[in-house]
Design a protein. Sequence first.
Length: 132
Amino acid sequence: DEDFKGEKDGVVQRRFDSFIEDLMDPKYEPLKKPLYYLRCDIVHVGIGKKVALSKSGKKDKHLQEVKGYLWIDTGVFMDDLNEAIRKLHQDIQARGKYYTNAVNRLRELTFIHWDEDEEPPSLSPSEDPYQK
């Protein structure tokens, strides 16, 4: 399988897949690839053409293909997402996998401070951003 839009190492997709597998209701797991593409469309270009977001309350259609579209009942999805967030909160409280991942990612951040009256430091890989 190709990664979405040239993502070379697949890190984002792996994190998304892990979220679906670990925290969302199991009914989402078989659809993680089209849901990942929906995530990418929302983040990068807006809603994709092959998804129908509905407030109809027709819960039986949720995550079903309807006339070539993946039907997502927004009420059911929000309930499921709230449950996933509850599980994530529990993991963080227990200092589990997602807590550890967040801590490790925060350690990788680079903060660059500069006076707003000055030019910002270069972010070029060939220059040290901490030196003026």
